[in-house]
Design a binder for this molecule. Sequence first.
Ligand code: TXA
Ligand code: MG
Length: 315
Amino acid sequence: MLSATTPEAIARAAALLRAGRLVAFPTETVYGLGGDATNERAVAAIFAAKGRPRFNPLIVHVPGLAEAEALAVFDERARRAARRFWPGPLSLVLRRRDDSGVALLACAGLDTIAIRAPAHGVAQALLRATGRPIAAPSANRSGRVSPTEAEHVAAELGDRVVLILDGGRTRVGLESTVLDLSGASPALLRPGGVGIEELSALFGRIAAPGAAPPRSPGMLASHYAPSLPLRLEAVAARPGEALLAFGPDAPPGFAEIAWLSRSGDLAEAAANFFAMLRRLDRPSFTGIAVMSIPERGLGRAINDRLRRAAASHMC
Ligand code: TXA
Ligand code: MG
């Protein structure tokens, strides 16, 4: 499935992406495992392919600032950063636009989004040919180092991806710098291809990772947690509850039911998860009950998120 980066191959890759399939492609930092960022199922497939135990938010790739402005709220500060460093190895965390069309799963339910415009001819050509934002984490299995050659991707994900565009060894070789501009002061979330010195030249002193209160995904104040209490492993209804159901049979008596997957398909459940949780989170219900979800594959990531959302009500 390794492929040269001819215009025909890029057109084929773009067609696969638009059809919801996954394609690995080179960027100037590391290889990315790409999926259509507007397609919840494609994003779920990314998490499944990587074997990630939880839904970390993904970086959404665009050709440039114009396309990025359709996805996130840019202030002058963010525009300055984009003009100075894009295309390039800088990802900006910004407030997500409500009308962005980006899958909730790509942002792991956060109201922020990480965006970057990669500086690689193949990545740029692919983004333009696809005509959609591409969500792409590094194309390695969870817990492994990021791949800088197409062969690394083939070795780890060869059985899980239909096409790998082989652009040779990547130039930068480490991931993009992640800079959070969603708050009052800029914060460095991950050091990477753009140095902190270069950022400080533009922004003044920048809080290094760990210096500020933790902003890692699960701990963000803005992180989406339902306002209704969550009750996990539910087997019977309590008065006024809504149900997040999984599998063919739901217990009777719930005020409303949202079906993560009737057939017990964990990829379908992951794709529906954040949207359905939001849909049931209404004051007309007394709480949200969730049926048991198997602790395997994407089920582990769903359960991780459910447990943390349930725990957030206890403090
Ligand atoms: O160089 C790169 O950035 C590569 C290439 C493929 O572009 N991509 C990459 O993606 O390294 P990934 O998923 O392996 O890393 C994404 C990082 C994680 O540290 C994640 O927590 C952070 O970006 N991130 C993404 N969205 C975020 C958000 N809304 N808020 C805070 N952090 C976010
Ligand atoms: Mg990674």
